[in-house]
Write a protein that binds this ligand. Structure first.
Ligand code: NAG
Ligand code: NAG
Ligand code: NAG
Ligand code: NAG
Ligand code: NAG
Length: 263
């Protein structure tokens, strides 16, 4: 009897504990979206459905436009897809609180400014990140190479500068990748051979080189040119000295001849 009471007590406790953690976890995602909304400018009011005044039902955030949940009746965000919403502002750091987020699509908006350097801690589980057609600038954070499950990384049509982080080649699951139409320069990471990323993924940048573009031979090219110039100069000089020598020798000989004749 005592045992049963105790068991029931334990059972209830663990249930309560479980429920509390579920609610806590979900509250994080609600907080995530609430902060997200406050962090972006929404000039067209497209996020009007993101209404937090009535939080009575579990899964109320799953009805928000652009939000997909793991389960419709659980406030746990799977992905945020806000393609072409006319949003502005910097990269919304709030996504960090959507702790089970696997997809983030902010393509074709007016986001600007640099990405956070610790991007991996913001979106550690994301498999698909699409930030294309915005005005993001600065360097592509090296920490994106640590977003281990990344499948698709779309960064085209922004204003990213500097080099592509070489460690991106370590993203074992990467299948789709583009940085076309940015201001990038330097060597392209040596991706594994089975991964076929075409020329168009790197097109229209400042000065990228290496496969699938031309080899990074810019400096050795210049070296070769300098060598050619030096060799030509040396050759020219030698020929000149030779010619002058001959002319001088010839003149001296003639002078001698004339001198002898004159005597
Ligand atoms: C809150 O939502 C519940 C369920 O969707 C609904 O029954 C209730 O009327 C809403 N309350 C307000 C104040 O909107
Ligand atoms: C981005 O902003 C510019 C002006 O700042 C505006 O002309 C353009 O329509 C905006 N783009 C989108 C997709 O809202
Ligand atoms: C995450 O949510 C907590 C409150 O729940 C808040 O204090 C914190 O600033 C949030 N983090 C981000 C990056 O928005
Ligand atoms: C990526 O992760 C590795 C191993 O945890 C760590 O050594 C490295 O500093 C990380 N790089 C970045 C740029 O965060
Ligand atoms: C590169 O820029 C040109 C001219 O703006 C454009 O026609 C072409 O589609 C761009 N290439 C890619 C891969 O975006």
């Amino acid at each position: 009897m005592v045992c049963r009471v105790f068991a029931t007590f334990i059972w209830n406790c663990s249930c309560l504990l479980l429920l509390t953690t579920v609610i806590d976890a979900n509250q994080g995602d609600v907080e995530c979206l609430r902060t997200f909304k406050s962090q972006v400018e929404d000039p067209n009011g497209f996020l009007w459905s993101w209404d937090f005044t009535n939080q009575t039902s579990q899964g109320f955030i799953c009805k928000f436009t652009g939000v997909t949940c793991w389960h419709d009746h659980e406030n746990r965000v799977l992905s945020i897809n806000l393609y072409n919403y006319g949003l502005r502002g910097v990269f919304p750091l709030a996504v960090k609180n959507c702790s089970d987020l696997v997809g983030l699509d902010l393509a074709k908006n007016n986001f600007s400014g640099p990405l956070p350097p610790n991007l991996v801690s913001m979106i550690p589980l994301v498999t698909s990140l699409d930030l294309s057609y915005n005005s993001f600038s600065g360097e592509i954070p090296a920490s994106v190479s640590n977003v281990t499950f990344m499948n698709s990384l779309m960064l085209q049509h922004n204003q990213f500068t500097g080099q592509i982080p070489p460690d991106l080649a370590k993203l074992a699951r990467l299948k789709t990748f583009s940085v076309a139409n940015n201001l990038l320069e330097g060597p392209i990471p040596t991706f594994k051979r089975s991964l076929k990323i075409g020329v168009e993924s790197f097109a229209n940048n400042s000065d990228l080189c290496g496969k699938p573009l031309d080899d990074c031979k810019v400096t050795s090219f210049t070296h070769a040119r300098v060598k050619i110039i030096i060799i030509s100069a040396l050759c020219g000089f030698t020929v000149a000295v030779f010619v002058i020598g001959i002319v001088l020798g010839f003149t001296v000989s003639i002078e001698r001849l004339l001198f002898r004749k004159g005597r």
